[in-house]
Structure formats: structure tokens, C-alpha cells
Design a binder for this molecule. Structure first.
Ligand code: PLP
Length: 485
């Protein structure tokens, strides 16, 4: 036999391990299934927050050849064990995600089929599915059919895409940058500031607007600021509003801000990464009036539709400038460059090859329908009010009545006891307890404890358990401050 044939035969023996037999696949899958059944089944028994972190040594790759059992054991002990349990209903900190099961199965199929969702020519089915999901989003938010969009990895990248497009629409570059003005709430998500820097607008002027007692932008103040900036010869070009801020869940007055942006002809961007899907609920949909007037919009299904992490959507009305900002060609792509083909994701995103994210959204929507998602969002609204009422009855101070499902509270201390130090101690006790996870923030120099209720697994019983935990931690904190004997 020729040398090369012998070599290929030897290599194939080794490389074909990458294609397990049907029997091996069945065994792997049953082990994974067993693990996920254990994980979901024991969710309530495990803490929502576990301090500490893994031994890096145990996770390092040193040649492998482990059995699946060994790999899963290390995963359970070193990964699933520490930090927040983001899949659990007891995650009431930051902005919780979810992890609905049919999304996981969608990801499984997306990975097995490895459909190419980067370019229409290569994956017309996958890309059409994604484009149809974008069309569905447009219909929810009142965007015109002519708008375009992209399924990005999350809200941060989705915001980056929108702001890049706004920059290019107004030609903000070179000597124009230091005179250009961006208007936003000091409560805006930090990924907006990050995006501004990444797209080369670090030297632009950022106006943090005054807020009302509900942490919302005051439209009149915005208008005045734009007028005075124009009078000073500056170049206002972008307003960023939030539909659900991270700290307090506030929805800015979207319609009033739309009036102002129209009057001054600025780009109007709405970051609805957290709050967007509350437009589906009777209780909250009015807050979203005017969102349809935005030039660009960001919504995270990995928050408001309870998907596992990895999906944020951007919508942009101006297709031409969106393409101008993101479209590129190369000789090796020439087969795919037919202008008559439907929109290709790579033309509206910094990404080319990407995870086929459509299926993880499409599969659960098609199988469950929309009703359970909407009911779950409504449930979160009522749970937030329920939790606040329990806290108020127990003597806690609470923030203003929430727009959506984020709120905050604090314990008001008697004279002589530093209130911030007390609440700081209280959150430390809560983290050490870990049964339910809450996070904290600072609002107008007041240290407060946040509740962000968005996991599909958070139920009334979770809130009852959370309340008991808070009361137990309050007692401990009082002891530390020697307020009880
Ligand atoms: C979560 C969030 C973001 C960032 O999105 P990621 O998906 O975490 O990248 C941006 N804006 C708001 C309002 C958010 O809640």
C-alpha cells in the first residue's frame, strides 16, 4: 500500500472517534438527560447563591480521555455549584435570565444540524426563520415592514449595532465628534457607554439628564438641554431612552421623548433589553406607547422571554444606513452576493459566522404559543407587588411603585445607626444565607436592596421563602448592630 494510504487509514481510526456510533450517542444523550433531570428536579433544594469559586486545576484540560460520568461530575461540583443559580426561580438579582427547556432542545438541534445562519445563500432556511422572527418582533413593537433587524448574542451587541448605525446616519466622525451630543439617563445600562467608546465616540459630549421621582427622564429638561446645546453651536444627534432600566425598572416617557426627537430631528434609540416584552401585558402595555416611533430598538429574549443566555435583538428602521454600517464584501464571498436574495444577517451585524440563534426562540414559540409567556410576565408584575406589600407590612421602606418587575427596599435605621452600613450588612447576610439571591445598588447615595423578578421559575412560594429569608437576615443584622439582646 502506498504510504499515504496507510497514513490515512491510521488517522481515520483515530479521527472517527469524533463521530460516535448510534449506540454511543444514545448512551451520551441518556447521561445528559439524567443530569438535566436531576438539575431541574432538585432546583428548589439547592441554594440560589453559593459563595466561593471552583478549583481551576480541576477544570483545566490536560489531555482528556475522561468518561462522560467523570466530566459531568466535575461540571456539577465545580461549575453548577458556585455563584448564582441563573436557571433557578430564586435568582432575583441583577436582571435574571431563564433557561426554558424547549430552547435548550432548540440549541441541541441547531448544533447537531449546524445550519449556517450567517448568510442567506448558505442557509436560506435558517436565515428565513430568523428574518421571520424579526418580522414578528416588528409587529409587536409597531415597526414598519421595511425595518431590518438582527439576532445578536445579547443586548450589549444589539445596542452596539444600533448606535453604530446612528453614528453613521449622522456622519459623526473626525472633527465632528467633540461637538456631537448624546442624551441619556444616568440610569442607562452601562453597555451604552461602552458602545459609545467602542464606536469611537469617546470624545462626544454625553448629557446625563435629570430624572423625576420615578427615575424617568423629564422630557422638558431634555428639550431645554437640546435647545441650549444647539444655541451653543453643538451638534445634538442621539437620544437614548430606556424601557425598563436595570436599577429600578423605570420606563422613560417614550412618547414624549419621541416628540422631542422628532422636533429636533435626532436619532431616537430605545433600549428595551429588559422591559420590552412587557408590552405584551395589559397591565403595562401603555407604558410602551411611542416605542414604535424609535429609530432603533433593542429587546432581549434571554430576559423577557425566559430563554437561556445568548439572544438579544436589534431593530432598525433605516435599512440603507444599517447596511452601509455593516455590509462588506470579499472575493471569497462572491457566490453569496446576489442583491435579489433576502436580507442576510452578516450585512446587518459585525458577525459573519454565528450560532444559529433562531431555533432557540422559534421552537418554544411554535410549540407553547405566546400565552404562557405573557402569563408568566404578568405573574412577575403581580409577584413584585406581592413582595413589596410583604416588606412594607414588616416595616421596610420601599421605592416608588414599580413600572415593571424591578423594585427596591431598605431598612430605615434609628438615629445613631448608619443606615447605609446597616443595609450593606443586611445584603451580606442575604448572600451568606443564599437561599434566594438578591442584589443591591446605590440610588441617590442611598444603599438599597433590589428585587428583579423575571425568572419563569419564580412563583409565589419563592417570594414567600424570600421574605422569610430577608426577615431572618434582618434579625441577624440587628444583632450585629446590637439592636436586640
Ligand atoms: C441586560 C441589559 C443590557 C445588556 O444586555 P446583555 O444581554 O446583558 O448584553 C442592556 N440594557 C438593559 C436595559 C439591560 O437590562
Amino acid at each position: 500500500m502506498r504510504d499515504i494510504e496507510k497514513k490515512l487509514e491510521d488517522l481515520e481510526k483515530i479521527s472517527s472517534k469524533l463521530e460516535p456510533t448510534e449506540a454511543e450517542r444514545a448512551r451520551y444523550l441518556s447521561q445528559i438527560k439524567e443530569y438535566s433531570d436531576w438539575f431541574i428536579g432538585s432546583m428548589e433544594e439547592r441554594p440560589s447563591y453559593q459563595m466561593g469559586g471552583p478549583e481551576a486545576e480541576k477544570l483545566a484540560f490536560k489531555g482528556g480521555h475522561w468518561t462522560m460520568e467523570e466530566a459531568l461530575r466535575v461540571f456539577r461540583e465545580e461549575v453548577n455549584h458556585y455563584g448564582i443559580n441563573p436557571a433557578g426561580g430564586g435568582h432575583l438579582g441583577y436582571i435574571p435570565g431563564g433557561g426554558i427547556y424547549l430552547s435548550a432542545l432548540g440549541d441541541y438541534l441547531a448544533d447537531v444540524s449546524n445550519e449556517y445562519a450567517g448568510v442567506y445563500f448558505g442557509g436560506p432556511g435558517a436565515v428565513t426563520m430568523e428574518n421571520e422572527l424579526i418580522n414578528w418582533m416588528k409587529s409587536i413593537f409597531g415597526f414598519p415592514e421595511s425595518a431590518v433587524g438582527n439576532l445578536a448574542s445579547g443586548g450589549s451587541i444589539a445596542n452596539l449595532i444600533a448606535l453604530t448605525t446612528a453614528r453613521d446616519k449622522y456622519g459623526i466622525k473626525n472633527e465632528k465628534v467633540p461637538k456631537s451630543v448624546i442624551y441619556l439617563s444616568p440610569q442607562v445600562h452601562h453597555c451604552i457607554n461602552k458602545a459609545v467608546r467602542i464606536i469611537g465616540l469617546e470624545d462626544a459630549i454625553i448629557r446625563e439628564l435629570p430624572l423625576d421621582e420615578n427615575w424617568r427622564i423629564i422630557p422638558a429638561a431634555l428639550d431645554e438641554q437640546i435647545e441650549s446645546d444647539k444655541a451653543a453651536g453643538l451638534n445634538p444627534f442621539l437620544i437614548v431612552a430606556s424601557a425598563g432600566t436595570t436599577d429600578t425598572g423605570a420606563v422613560d416617557p417614550l412618547n414624549d421623548i419621541a416628540d422631542i426627537s422628532e422636533k429636533h430631528q435626532l436619532w431616537y434609540h430605545v433600549d428595551a433589553a429588559y422591559g420590552g416584552f412587557f408590552i405584551l401585558c395589559e397591565e403595562t402595555k401603555e407604558l410602551f406607547t411611542g416605542i414604535e416611533r424609535a429609530d432603533s430598538l433593542v429587546i432581549d429574549p434571554h430576559k423577557g422571554l425566559f430563554l437561556p443566555y445568548g439572544l438579544g435583538i436589534v431593530l432598525v428602521k433605516d435599512k440603507e444606513v444599517m447596511l452601509q454600517s455593516h455590509h462588506y464584501t470579499a472575493n471569497y464571498m462572491q457566490d453569496a452576493n446576489d442583491p435579489n436574495l433576502p436580507l442576510t444577517p452578516a450585512d446587518v451585524s459585525p458577525e459573519l459566522t454565528k450560532h444559529y440563534r433562531g431555533l432557540r426562540l422559534w421552537l418554544p414559540l411554535q410549540v407553547h404559543g405566546l400565552e404562557p409567556f405573557t402569563a408568566c410576565l404578568q405573574e412577575k408584575i403581580y409577584l413584585t407587588h406581592y413582595f413589596r406589600s410583604l416588606l412594607e407590612e414588616a416595616g421596610f421602606q420601599t421605592g416608588p411603585s414599580p413600572d415593571l418587575s424591578v423594585s427596591y427596599f431598605w431598612w430605615k435605621t434609628v438615629e445613631g445607626i448608619d443606615q447605609n452600613a446597616f443595609n450593606q450588612r443586611l445584603i451580606k447576610e442575604i448572600h451568606e444565607d443564599g437561599e434566594i439571591f438578591l442584589s443591591s445598588t446605590v440610588l441617590n447615595e442611598r444603599f438599597v436592596i433590589r428585587m428583579a423578578i423575571l425568572s419563569f421559575r419564580t412563583k409565589k412560594s419563592t417570594i414567600d421563602r424570600c421574605f422569610e429569608m430577608v426577615m431572618r437576615c434582618l434579625e441577624k443584622t440587628k444583632e450585629t448592630f446590637e439592636l436586640v439582646k
